[in-house]
Write a protein that binds this ligand. Structure first.
Ligand SMILES: C[S@@+](CC[C@H](N)C(=O)[O-])C[C@H]1O[C@@H](n2cnc3c(N)ncnc32)[C@H](O)[C@@H]1O
Length: 367
């Protein structure tokens, strides 16, 4: 049986003995996203998989559910559960290295009662890297093989697994990865070059390119790290939510990599739904200098600037301008409220209609 090292034991104990706002947010983001993911994916695919790399115990000491239960309950309590499961099956795969956690997790899942037909789960007691290596080996053995559409939640205490495995998985169609990592831990490793960690960083990034991150100023180093990972993973889309503590120190980063615009937009929606729960920031990969606060009433000036920059005073159909919104951290409802304000203040002109009705796709120009 795998035994935890002393430092890992301490980290594990303290992780499960508390339930911080950051842990709550991680679970909320997962839940909100899966609420949208299950119906979309199951509509087009017979089989979908939810995979967790570091499943954990299934319950915190104070009683709050861990991520495997959050994920299972997102499906079991889903408003459209029967429709989702009518033509598709959902497999949950929970990887956990340590037998004590595996036992606790089994008990917690059993407490959910009998699972509906077409829902299955499996707890894999193994090192996650070995499991993902086996998957990659099997994919290599049969070129052209595809994974079932999969959502991978990757939630380690320390480093990420080697870049080649992440890239292999992400290149499979409809596979996406949500990663939760401790920025402080990674940043310290990048700074200090301790023996043992250099090797881990080399394999996490695939080469020594991470060393250049040391020259990036402190305040933008996390963004530069995310960009480097996006490039290494060859992911088309990335969305990140950064979580700060009360002293405004960046603690955790939740980052989603995918190759599909729908996945990106759904993750964006899920993140905005957290706005009421605290001080989070979104960073848009195209514009590292512009962080957006995820708050109930965000400052929409960057969105206004973006449409002005793109269209100037030219006439354009409103629906065509949505492409700017898609590339921004903002959602369509934000854009609509900006347009209403601009119309009221006569900074938006309608050319072929009398009233601002979004669904009628008016010809507009900005002043
Ligand atoms: C951050 S906790 C997981 C929390 C869980 N995802 C949640 O949100 O409820 C990390 C877990 O990973 C497990 N673990 C540590 N090293 C592992 C490895 N190499 N492979 C798989 N699991 C591992 C630990 O036992 C611990 O339960």
């Amino acid at each position: 049986m795998a035994q935890r090292k002393t430092t890992e034991e301490t980290t594990d104990q303290s992780y499960w003995s508390e339930y911080t706002n950051l842990q709550f947010i991680k679970h909320q983001l997962l839940k909100k996203y899966l609420d949208a993911w299950f119906p979309i994916l199951s509509k087009f695919n017979g089989q979908v998989s939810y995979v967790e790399s570091h499943a954990g115990r299934g319950k915190h000491i104070r009683g709050e559910p861990g991520s495997p239960i959050v994920a299972l309950k997102s499906l079991l309590d889903h408003h459209y559960r029967d429709e989702i499961l009518k033509n598709s099956s959902v497999g949950f795969y929970f990887i956990e290295k340590y037998s004590d956690s595996v036992k606790d997790l089994k008990d917690e899942i059993a407490n959910l009662g009998e699972l509906p037909k077409n829902v299955s789960y499996s707890i894999i007691q193994e090192d996650h890297e070995k499991v993902f290596q086996d998957i990659c080996d099997r994919l290599d053995e049969s070129p052209g093989a595809q994974l079932t559409p999969s959502f991978i939640f990757y939630d380690p205490y320390s480093f990420l697994m080697p870049v080649d495995k992440m890239t292999r998985l992400l290149q499979k169609s409809k596979c996406e990865i949500l990663i939760n990592f401790m920025w402080r831990y990674l940043n310290l490793a990048i700074n200090n070059e301790q023996p043992g960690q250099v090797e881990r960083l080399n394999s996490m990034f695939g080469d020594e390119s991470w060393k250049n991150l040391r020259d990036v100023p402190k305040e933008s180093r996390c963004d530069a790290t995310l960009l480097l990972l996006k490039e290494k993973f060859k992911a088309d889309h990335m969305w990140s939510v950064k979580m700060y503590d009360k002293k405004n120190v960046l603690k955790y980063v939740l980052v989603h990599f995918s190759n599909h615009p729908t996945a990106f937009n759904k993750m964006k929606d899920a993140a905005w739904s957290l706005a009421e729960h605290g001080d989070f920031r979104f960073w848009q990969s195209d514009d590292p200098n512009q962080e957006t606060l995820l708050v109930a009433k965000p400052n929409l000036k960057p969105l206004h600037d973006a449409v002005l920059k793109k269209y100037g005073a030219n006439q354009v159909h409103l629906h065509d301008t949505y492409e700017v919104v898609d590339l921004s951290p903002f959602r369509k409802p934000h854009y609509h409220s900006l347009l209403r304000e601009l119309y009221k203040s006569k900074n938006l002109i309608l050319h072929d209609q009398d009233k601002l009705v979004f669904s009628k796709n008016p010809l507009i120009s900005f002043v």
